[in-house]
Design a protein around this ligand. Sequence first.
Ligand code: BGC
Length: 726
Amino acid sequence: MELTDQSALTSGSDFWQTTAAGGVPAITLTDGPHGVRLQSDASDMLAGRPATCFPPAVASGSTWDPELLRRMGEALGDECRAMDVQVLLGPGVNLKRTPLGGRNFEYFSEDPILSGVLATEWVRGLQSKGVGASLKHFAVNNQETDRMTISADIDERTLRELYLRAFQRVVTAAQPWTVMCAYNKVNGVYASQHHWLLTEVLRDEWGFEGVVVSDWGAVVDRVAALAAGLDLTMPGPDAAGDAELAAAVRDGKLPAEVLDTAVARIRALVEKSVPPGGDYDAEAHHALARDIAARGIVLLKNDDEVLPLRTEGQSIAVLGEFARTPRYQGGGSSQITPTRLDDALTEITATTAAPVRFAPGYNPDHDAADETLIAEAAALAAGSDVAVVFVGTTRETEGADRADLDLPAAHLALIERVVTANPRTVVVLSNGAVVRTAPWDAAVPGLVEAWLLGQAGGSAIADVLFGRVNPSGRLAETIPVKLSDHPSYLDFPGENGHVRHGEGLHVGYRGFDAREQEVSYPFGFGLSYTTFSYGEATAVTTADGVEITVPVTNSGARDGREVVQVYVSKPASRVRRVPRELKGFATVGIAAGATKTVTVRIPRDDLAYWDTRLDSWVVEDGDYTFAVGASSRDLRTTVTLAVAGSPGARWPLTADSTIAEWMADPRGAELLREAFAAGGDSPLVAAAREGEFELLGGMPLARLAVFPGSPFTPDTVTKLAEQANG
Ligand code: BGC
């Protein structure tokens, strides 16, 4: 292929298409992730053709149900095929590091295992239809503030264990056709030209075989990006960049093989793509969107069984504009033009035979309270058997982080006045990321977290309110008592181009648990209209991991669904550990009165931590505890199991290892004791013989050699190290 054709192939021909060159035809990539946003109007980048608006990841993530995510991926695949789209730009698996993240609604969770497991099934579902996924945004794109320039400064262990882990999971389990690099820098280097990320980790370690595509406009330097492992720059055209690339190859500044490889990957992607075909069943997809939406709703509070609502004999005041004009998705590139749109007011009215009266309560365009609207709503509440108040955030969008966690003043005022007028009040929240619920939730008996639910959200909310669907959603992110409690609080959004991930491993619940902090609603939490009781958990090791088994009984009167969660701790670890980490879960339907034996499999790799001395994943030898329960703070049964460590995971001893490190190593301790025993009788040696290692512990062995009376010389220290490691 001509050099000019080769370089042309590595950039787009327009906003959504690759370039046809050298006999390789063009394909279309489009957003993503909770619907197909195929641009319909050349003058408006954000206007899309109608497509099913499935629940954004904030809601689908709260289902904790991989099976639902797979079905969503399959349905999206069908819509892509029908619309001649070859790659759908999703899923987004960045962690919700801060609750203020403007794109949190597009991401699944603050936990990488939950995100990774769900995204894997989404990708499998989509790709089973012959449509490629684009796993994004790789990596550490956790805020919108300065998103195109900020450097996420982060230590390697945190990076590996938290921020890369979901990506790793999806790449190794589902081999997405493409990975999209992030806009930001990681430790000072643009993700789009980060060789370590794009080549050493993604390809060499994880075995990624597909195309690395840039986020739209993320490439600063075409040559540097290609050299780092990026294949396709979007959008296009970029004639100047193409020419620069060709010149770099001609001048020997960029090895020709690098361009050859990128071209080969793009060609393989195009060849894998299947031609458009079929139509999709819009009604069936709407029904699926409704199922997923209902399953993503999290029941946070249900005092005095204020829910479910009755379908007769109970008059209902439906209050708040969001009941009539739903907030169902966030702003930015993921915004879908829905095929139809359900609203809760219509669905509630259609469900009950009793009177339903509505008042808007606020104007969504104004944050300040409107006394007339509030008084009208409070009067309806007072005159009805139950009041359902729809409130939430008024805007969440790509490109901007939120300023705070609070509901708008008008919504807070409405809640307060309605619950005063009628204590039987249920609050339904519409929001793309958590909002502060303290202290107002104390006065409200019913609280339903309904997120942004996509086009069928209105009917899904009615399904849950009336109990047609027994709620089983669980929080995939912690609801803090206040913003300043959050682990990210002191290091967000950074300054002067850098955001320091100062909380390290303590992201989300890991941080709240480590500081034993009160939260409003913990990670993993969600109520049901029934109750579940747990028997005793047992654990066994298997060929590829650990299996936890626990009997779970539906001890209430309704059929329901429980999300059984397994949190792992490693007591007495040689490295810092967070108190507990989600490592597995299972979502099971259990009929009223029935017991199911639930088995959760934890792959051995998920027990590993990243060891910065050995530069590798290590499963530490010893006892692990597996706490099983209904949330991160509702652990019902715990089992301990010994797990064999990774071979070769011992930290080598060197002349620079401290005496404490020598003493912590069985072989090292034996050698040191022998050396001290034979080392004469200087005060130093006597102290060591007395076991006074506390005082000496922090001293590197080589340093001890220079002290008067030391039994060591630099030579003997080197020999000792050889013996210890041999
Ligand atoms: C977003 C991506 C999106 C792309 C194409 C970017 O601004 O960060 O998530 O896929 O635009 O619309």
